[in-house]
Design a protein around this ligand. Structure first.
Ligand SMILES: [Zn+2]
Length: 262
C-alpha cells in the first residue's frame, strides 16, 4: 500500500465514515450475539412488522434522521440508540485515526474500540459479557503486543494478570462488603483483555475509573430508586468506557493525578 493511500485511509474523516458503518454492524452484534442469532441471517428487518429494511433505509445515522426514528412501513419507533452507537463508533474511530500513527497499531486499536462498544451495551441489556468477545479479544491483544503493534509483550502478559487479578480482588471485596455477588466472571475476563491491550497500569487505571463511575451511579440510583440494593449493576458498562478513556487519555490522567500531590 502506498503512503498516500495509507494517509487517506487514516484520515479522521474517512475513519469516521468507516466507524459509522462498523457501528451499524455493532448494533447487529449487540442485538444478536446474546440471543445466539446468526449475524448474517435473517437480514435486518423491523422487529414489529418484520418487513426487511431496504439498503437506503439502512444508512448509518442518516436514515434514522430522515425517517425521524420510525419504521417506514409501520411507523414503530426505532430506538435512538442505533444512531447513537453509530455516532459513538464514528467518533472513536476518528479519534483513533488522529491519535495512533502506526497503521497496524491503528487496526488493532479500532478492533479494541469496537469490542468495548459491544461490551458496554450487551452488559447494559443482558448483564453478561460474552466470552465470544473477551477471550479472542485477549488473544488479539497479545498478538498485537508480540508483533510490536501495542505494549511490550511482557507488559501485555502482566497486564492480563493484573487486570483479571485486580478485578477478582474487587469482586471479593464487593462480596465481603455487601454479602452479594455483584461482579461476574465476565468482568474478570474483560479486564484480562483490557490488560492484554493496555498493560498493567492501563488495566489498573481502568478498574479505578470503572469502580468510581459504577459506585457513583449506584449511589445516585440508590437515592432515586430507594431500593437499589436489589438492582444489579452492569459493571462492564462502566469498565469498557473506562478502558476507552484510559486508551486515549491514560498517561494524561496519571500526570494530572500525580500533579495533585506535588
Ligand atoms: Zn415496521
Amino acid at each position: 500500500m502506498s503512503a498516500e493511500t495509507l494517509a487517506v485511509l487514516r484520515h479522521p474523516g474517512v475513519l469516521a465514515v468507516f466507524g459509522a458503518l462498523i457501528g451499524s454492524f455493532l448494533n447487529v452484534v449487540i442485538h444478536r450475539v446474546p440471543l445466539r442469532i446468526s449475524l448474517s441471517t435473517p437480514p435486518s428487518r423491523c422487529p414489529k412488522c418484520k418487513k426487511p429494511v431496504a439498503p437506503w433505509d439502512n444508512i448509518p445515522i442518516v436514515s434514522w434522521l430522515i425517517l425521524r426514528g420510525k419504521c417506514r412501513h409501520c411507523r414503530k419507533v426505532i430506538s435512538i440508540r442505533y444512531p447513537l452507537v453509530e455516532a459513538a463508533t464514528a467518533g472513536l474511530f476518528a479519534l483513533a485515526g488522529a491519535t495512533v500513527s502506526n497503521p497496524i497499531a491503528l487496526a488493532f486499536t479500532l478492533a479494541f474500540l469496537a469490542a468495548m462498544v459491544v461490551v458496554t451495551f450487551i452488559d447494559l441489556d443482558h448483564m453478561i459479557i460474552p466470552d465470544l468477545i473477551t477471550l479472542p479479544g485477549t488473544a488479539i491483544g497479545l498478538a498485537a503486543a508480540f508483533i510490536g503493534a501495542a505494549v511490550e509483550p511482557r507488559q501485555a502478559l502482566i497486564g492480563i494478570l493484573v487486570g483479571a487479578g485486580g478485578l477478582l480482588a474487587v469482586a471479593m471485596g464487593y462480596r465481603a462488603a455487601t454479602g452479594r455477588d455483584g461482579l461476574g466472571g465476565g468482568d474478570v475476563k474483560l479486564l484480562g483483555m483490557v490488560g492484554a491491550f493496555l498493560g498493567p497500569a492501563g488495566a489498573f487505571l481502568t478498574i479505578m475509573i470503572g469502580s468510581f463511575a459504577g459506585t457513583l451511579y449506584a449511589c445516585l440510583f440508590l437515592l432515586r430508586a430507594g431500593e437499589g440494593r436489589t438492582a444489579e449493576l452492569p459493571f462492564g458498562t462502566f469498565l469498557a468506557p473506562g478502558a476507552v478513556i484510559v486508551l486515549f487519555w491514560g498517561p494524561r490522567i496519571v500526570e494530572v493525578y500525580w500533579g495533585l500531590f506535588s
